[in-house]
Design a protein around this ligand. Structure first.
Ligand SMILES: O=C(O)CCC(=O)C(=O)O
Ligand SMILES: [Fe+2]
Length: 246
């Protein structure tokens, strides 16, 4: 568990925590600040309404990321947030609420990502080549005798995934020894994971709908490479750059 609030004056400490969590587990829980916690409640209160929009409205929010894999899911519906105006007026009082909540929330989490990237990588170049995809997920309650898989096991094709959920758990990670274990969200935390290396899935067990959101950072040019600032004689390059979309 890393708390950004404790780090502002000591980025070196923050970087150490994040680096050791990522080396050991590939993921960590990030305790977020007050501003984001208010947005958390607002966000999850409007998600239900977003998922209830007509299908043709929801289709306007397809992702423009080339070859973005579509998750093959059984119990899960997925929506992308491209721009606020893509949710046309349905219930006027809520249009603003939905778009401003999503916008603020996405900006707040992006800010966290920048902070995080600054802690961990300390490089400016990445800001320009990094893009974000905001995905919203709704997992319905599984019916009796239905397979309880919310999303099949997969690895995210990005370099950083920041996830949040309503109070319903379901995310599971595969540990080094091959065992699956579930992620138990603590209040006011985001779950941050190094996208590409980690196998995970969602299993739906309870009798409450699960809503989750993910902010996925990826390179819009498709190149995955170690920033040159991190390579020197003591830390030689270990991975060749490659284009994810080719
Ligand atoms: O719903 C979740 O918690 C995780 C979703 C997920 O793995 C994904 O969107 O790639
Ligand atoms: Fe995923």
């Amino acid at each position: 568990m890393v708390g950004l609030g404790r780090c502002p004056g000591c980025p070196a400490q923050g970087r150490l925590w994040v680096a050791s969590a990522l080396e050991e587990y590939g993921c960590f829980m990030l305790k977020y600040d007050k501003q984001v916690s208010m947005l958390h409640d607002a966000l999850f209160s409007v998600l239900e309404e977003i998922f209830d929009l007509p299908v043709e409205t929801k289709r306007k929010n397809v992702s423009d990321v080339p070859s973005l894999p579509i998750l093959r899911v059984t119990l899960c519906s997925v929506l992308y947030f491209k721009k606020a105006s893509a949710f046309p007026r349905l219930q006027p009082s809520n249009e603003l609420k939905i778009s401003s909540t999503l916008f603020c929330r996405t900006s707040a989490v992006r800010r966290i990502c920048y902070l995080f990237l600054a802690f961990f990588f300390l490089f400016e170049s990445r800001k320009e080549s990094t893009d974000y995809l905001f995905r919203m997920m709704k997992y319905r309650v599984s019916k009796k005798d239905e397979v309880k898989v919310g999303s099949v096991y997969h690895k995210d094709m990005d370099f950083l995934s920041v996830l949040d959920q309503n109070q319903v758990n379901g995310l599971e990670m595969k540990a080094k020894d091959g065992q699956w274990f579930s992620i138990d969200y603590k209040p006011w935390t985001l779950f941050v994971m190094a996208g590409e290396p980690l196998m995970h899935r969602v299993m739906i067990n309870g009798n409450k709908e699960r809503y989750s959101v993910g902010l996925f950072s990826y390179s819009h040019k498709g190149m995955v490479e170690v920033p040159e600032e991190l390579v020197d004689d003591e830390h030689p390059l270990q991975f060749k750059p490659y284009n994810y979309y080719v």
